[in-house]
Design a protein around this ligand. Structure first.
Ligand code: FAD
Length: 299
């Protein structure tokens, strides 16, 4: 399962976290960070609740990453439900905290995934418009989303690729994908993306599976297909968390290894604020913990 050392050297990884909702979750997050930073990710990112619902906790979390860890840290940012002035105010407070990299997103409508989306009359209409706005404001690194299995609201995959093209044309540096498990489908998607003249890196989002049953509920809303092979791989492990974790680490490592064989070199791992499974995936791939590049450590 492990990648050979040459393939491994070329691979870049990033980790996604979400802001903690309780004191206990906060302790868990920083323990996770202190374990995962030794894998030397190229960057980490912190999610932002649509409509600004996590503005303060996202800002606090990102600020702590920047102050207490050596990790390059991106903040997610959504524009749903906000005027341009309000969004600019948010950008300004994050910039003052030292943020130089945004994951620029539209965000879900207030009713959740699938609820009809109404752009704010005085706001950015979508993520492509937000990217253009960010480019006018400052010299930020900008990542955006991409949907290999189609965004649930999209008419079709072509509409999604059009939107990604607008985001790239407006100055996005890379796209991070929704998580997926079907690498053949991803490869076909990437061919269409390249055929549309989109040349930015499209970084596969990898979700190590802590619990397949829970993931199935969540995946439906994201438009991610759960292939039958996953049921087969996890069959019989419902009440065996240790064995289940071993299979989960194998599945994610195999997915990354297969994508690396197909020429992909960057991977964005959804950590769910937990370290052991992500560490097991990277160990399976043959990565070595190298310790943080710079000084400083998470508490
Ligand atoms: P866009 O790129 O603007 O649109 C996505 C697709 O939906 C488009 O390709 C387009 O085809 C279609 N579409 C958009 N608007 C319409 C419309 N009005 N009618 C028809 N089709 C339409 N959400 C959060 O709240 N916080 C986060 O931190 C966060 N992080 C994310 C990180 C990643 C890597 C990904 C993949 C998603 C993330 N999301 C997050 C989820 C995201 O906000 C939702 O998927 C949201 O519905 C779309 O935002 P977007 O920026 O992807 O939208």
């Amino acid at each position: 399962m492990a990648l050979n050392s040459d393939a491994r050297r070329k691979i870049g990884i990033s980790f996604e976290f979400f802001p903690p909702k309780s004191e206990e979750a906060e302790g868990q997050l920083w323990n996770t960070v202190s374990e995962l930073q030794d894998w030397n990710p190229d960057f980490v990112s912190v999610t932002y609740g649509a409509g600004g619902t996590t503005k303060a906790p996202t800002l606090a979390t990102v600020s702590r990453f920047l102050a207490d860890t050596p990790l390059a840290t991106a903040s997610h940012l959504t524009c749903v439900g906000a005027t341009k002035e309000e969004t600019h105010g948010v950008i300004d407070s994050f910039r003052k905290a030292g943020v130089k990299h945004f994951v620029a997103l539209r965000g879900d409508a207030p009713g959740g995934v699938g609820a009809p989306y109404q752009p704010h009359p005085g706001g950015y209409a979508n993520a492509a418009a937000l990217v253009a706005g960010l480019r006018e404001i400052g010299d930020f690194e900008i990542s955006v989303s991409a949907y290999p299995e189609k965004h649930p609201e999209s008419r079709d995959s072509a509409a999604d690729i059009d939107m990604l093209k607008q985001k790239a044309d407006n100055g996005a540096d890379r796209a991070l994908t929704q998580f997926f498990f079907d690498n053949d489908n991803f490869e076909r998607y990437l061919e269409k993306v390249r055929a549309a003249g989109i040349n930015i890196p499209v970084v596969p989002g990898i979700m190590p599976i802590l619990n397949l049953t829970q993931l199935k509920r969540f995946a439906g809303a994201c438009g991610t297909v759960i292939p039958a092979f996953l049921d087969e791989r996890f069959a019989g492990y419902d009440d065996k968390p240790e064995e289940r974790a071993k299979v989960a680490a194998e599945v994610a490592a195999e997915q990354i290894e297969d994508l690396a064989r197909r020429g992909l070199a960057e991977f964005h791992l959804y950590t769910m604020n937990r370290a052991p499974l992500v560490s097991a995936v990277l160990t399976n791939l043959g990565f070595k913990r190298e310790g943080a590049k710079n000084t400083g450590a998470a508490a």
